[in-house]
Design a protein around this ligand. Structure first.
Ligand code: GFB
Length: 313
């Protein structure tokens, strides 16, 4: 990407989009285009088309999406499917109409079948049934991958896709009902420590395994792919190691310093039993994650402490 390129980051207030903006700024890119959802409704095709016509971006990062943790995915299937289909269709089709040079679409590793062989290779896409708690989001994200491939195949557009594993870090959503597990644990343990509560309740059985990638690493991978990758196949972004939810609970508990008891609410879903991606493809391209899990959790807790007033409403 040329230093003066016009770069649109869709979803710049979200976990990934904000990290991409920070990474671009750190590398001296000065022409970053953003719009809040109040300024531009990405579900509105005419508005997106008018935005592209006016701004004429050269590069587009599609980090805008309706996202949430396991319960939000399970509770709002219509919103997770409709909103994500509309957002990605408008952004990808609009980018083609506007002659965007290159676009990176971000998905999620929930696109893989529930019982995909681990670690999950990119070739596992569409080889089996999805995890029911997030199949709506997954179907939308699979459609996004296919849109990029279709525009590549039919029009020669340089539209590529990346599938990050579970992400965490500064800028995450700490809402206890809608968030992913990492911010939920940080907030629950912190608030329990502050109020001297004797116990904290976490969800599920603790046995599922998840891989956690710091969002700073993910943003670095996105810039790397935008600069070095033009392939038809999508690329996993991950660290190549996973932990059980119980191990994560113990780690966050230690980092936060909560000494009470942990209770498991097994009426809440576990979700898919394991989600570890095969990172061979992105390693072969020349990129590797850097942030160790404990270091990333400590930094995220620090960020939470500095911003917690924002979450209390
Ligand atoms: O992060 P999470 O919500 O999403 O949950 P998924 C991961 C695991 O942590 C599940 C457990 O087994 C949860 O039951 N867990 C324990 C908790 N305590 C908590 C808690 O307090 N809050 C939450 N949220 N979980 C999502 C998908 O799946 O991952 C999305 O639904 C997307 O579509 C995203 O793919 C990356 O990893 O299960």
């Amino acid at each position: 990407m040329e230093q003066d390129a016009r770069i649109y980051v869709a979803g710049h207030r979200g976990l990934v989009g904000s990290a991409i903006v920070r990474a671009l700024e750190a590398r001296g890119y000065g022409n970053i285009i953003t719009r809040t959802s109040g300024e531009l409704d990405l579900k509105d095709q005419a508005a997106v088309r008018a935005f592209y016509a006016a701004e004429r971006p050269d590069y587009v990062f599609v980090a805008a999406a309706r996202v949430g943790g396991i319960l939000a995915n399970d509770t709002y299937p219509a919103e997770f499917l409709y909103d994500n289909l509309m957002i990605e269709a408008n952004l990808i089709h609009g980018a083609w109409q506007a002659g965007v040079q290159k676009l990176l679409f971000l998905g999620s590793t929930c696109i893989y079948p529930k019982h995909a062989p681990q670690p999950m290779n990119e070739d596992a896409l569409l080889t089996g049934p999805l995890e029911p708690t997030n199949e709506w989001y997954a179907v939308a994200k699979i459609a996004g991958i296919k849109l990029c491939q279709a525009y590549q195949k039919q029009y020669g557009a340089r539209f590529i896709s990346a599938m990050p594993t579970n992400l965490y870090g500064p800028g995450d959503n700490f809402d206890l009902e809608k968030s992913h597990v990492m911010p939920a644990l940080i907030r629950k343990f912190h608030e329990a420590k502050e109020s001297d509560a004797g116990s904290v309740t976490v969800w599920g059985t603790g046995t599922p395994r998840r891989e956690f990638c710091h969002v700073g690493d993910c943003a670095a991978a996105c810039l790397f792919l935008m600069e070095h990758y033009d392939g038809y196949d999508f690329v996993n972004i991950g660290v190549g190691e996973d932990v059980t939810i119980r191990e994560l609970v113990e780690l966050v508990q230690r980092v936060v310093g909560f000494e009470g008891e942990v209770l498991w609410d097994t009426t809440k879903p576990d979700g898919t039993p394991r989600k570890l991606v095969d990172v061979a493809r992105i390693h072969a391209l020349g990129w590797q994650a850097r942030v160790p899990l404990e270091e990333g959790v400590r930094a995220t807790y620090q960020w939470f402490l500095e911003h917690q007033d924002d979450f209390r409403g």
